[in-house]
Each structure stands twice: as structure tokens, then as C-alpha cells.
Write a protein of this length. Structure first.
Length: 136
């Protein structure tokens, strides 16, 4: 498992080295001594601690969106959802348009996406391929 020196760990947590040292002295996070005799943190311990800090933080709740930069919005019905352990492929039908979106499984689950659900596909892309059909 990777080891992180106090300065590295503090930077990753977004706090000062002094704050991290105080937390360690207070027993909030366990430290070890590295091969050079310096105080360090085990990577797995640091990762769990970072998750706990984020969960305990008082983050403001997002307010409803009243406007956004995506101009291409397609209202349609979800027609298929294929999920695996990590990702989901969501298909929608919006009039004559078939829209396919790849997203995390967590996002698809949180949105409750299943066939028959009304949804909006907001499309914003820096890569749009435009094709010209052959003359008839």
C-alpha cells in the first residue's frame, strides 16, 4: 500500500500540515513511521479518512436548475437500460431520434432510469460530426 508523507497527505486533504499533525496527535487519524523515520500515513487509512471528512462536511444542497448552457435538449422516453457493475447504457426515444448515453451505474440508479421513464437528454459537446449525404 502506498505511504504518504504528512505534507503530501495534507495537500490531498486540502488542509495545512499543522492541522493534519494536530489531528494525528488527537488520534483522529493513525500515522506510521516510514523507512526514513518520518511520520507518514498509510494510503488506505488516508483514503478512508478523506471519505469521512467529505461525508461530515456541511456542503450546501444544490438548488433546482433554472437555466443551463446545454442548448440541445431532447424530451423522450427511456426505452432500454443496460447495467453492469460500474456503467450503464441508457437508450431514449425522442420523436424520431434515438439517443444513447453512457453513464455510471450509480447515476442511472439515482435517476431511477428504467424503460418508460420520461427523461430529458441535454446534449452539449465540443465534438459534433456533421455529414453531408451523397447526391441522389
Amino acid at each position: 500500500m502506498p505511504m504518504y508523507r504528512m505534507k503530501q497527505a495534507a495537500d490531498l486533504l486540502g488542509v495545512s500540515t499543522d492541522t493534519l499533525r494536530r489531528w494525528a496527535e488527537a488520534g483522529r487519524i493513525a500515522t506510521v513511521t516510514d523507512d526514513a523515520g518520518r511520520q507518514a500515513l498509510d494510503g488506505a487509512v488516508l483514503a478512508r479518512f478523506a471519505q469521512g471528512l467529505a461525508a461530515a462536511a456541511d456542503h450546501p444542497s444544490p438548488r433546482p436548475v433554472i437555466s443551463e448552457s446545454a442548448r440541445n435538449r431532447f424530451v423522450g422516453l427511456v426505452t432500454d437500460v443496460k447495467r453492469d457493475a460500474v456503467m450503464a447504457q441508457v437508450e431514449m426515444q425522442s420523436g424520431p431520434h434515438r439517443i444513447v448515453s453512457l453513464m455510471s451505474r450509480e447515476a442511472a440508479d439515482e435517476l431511477g432510469l428504467e424503460p418508460g421513464v420520461l427523461a430529458i437528454a441535454a446534449v452539449k459537446s465540443t465534438n459534433v460530426v456533421v455529414e453531408v449525404p451523397a447526391p441522389s
